[in-house]
Design a protein around this ligand. Structure first.
Ligand SMILES: Nc1ncnc2c1ncn2[C@@H]1O[C@H](COP(=O)(O)OP(=O)(O)O)[C@@H](O)[C@H]1O
Ligand SMILES: [Mg+2]
Length: 115
């Protein structure tokens, strides 16, 4: 019998191979009154399962924007996101708010700098 039960949101995807998080050619551009701000412009990295990845860079280099975009916490009206963000085999760029809500606090979360 085939189970149709929804698996818990935090459960590992047994079909997923490769890195837990993979970011490919990520571009995050904001449209502002003063023009386009290319906050992230072609970023790629992998985070392997069970590993820790530190991202360093000068202030304003796009660290926060990268992570906010992975969580889908950017303003969709003023932000153009290009590239691929896969988490445990699932594409997050273009994923529905419902999908992202299920993943937040389960497979991904953010500790804010000014919490
Ligand atoms: N909502 C936004 N609209 C326009 N520009 C933004 C927005 N959010 C961030 N930026 C700009 O994007 C760049 C990257 O910012 P940020 O990711 O916060 O840098 P970091 O975390 O590395 O210090 C900065 O130039 C910042 O001013
Ligand atoms: Mg920051």
């Amino acid at each position: 019998m085939k189970s149709t039960a929804t698996k818990p949101a935090g459960e590992r995807n047994p079909q997923a191979t490769g890195p837990f998080l993979s970011v490919r050619d990520l571009k995050v551009h904001f449209s502002t009154e003063d023009g386009t701000v290319k906050a992230v412009d072609g970023l790629s990295f992998d985070l392997e399962r069970g590993k820790t990845l530190g991202i360093v860079g000068e202030s304003g280099s796009g660290k926060s924007v990268t992570n906010l975009t992975i969580l889908g916490l950017h303003n969709p009206d003023s932000t153009a996101v290009e590239g691929s963000i896969t988490l445990d085999g699932e594409e997050l760029n273009g994923a529905s708010e419902k999908t992202l809500e299920k993943l937040r606090g389960n497979k991904m979360s953010m500790i804010f700098q000014d919490a």
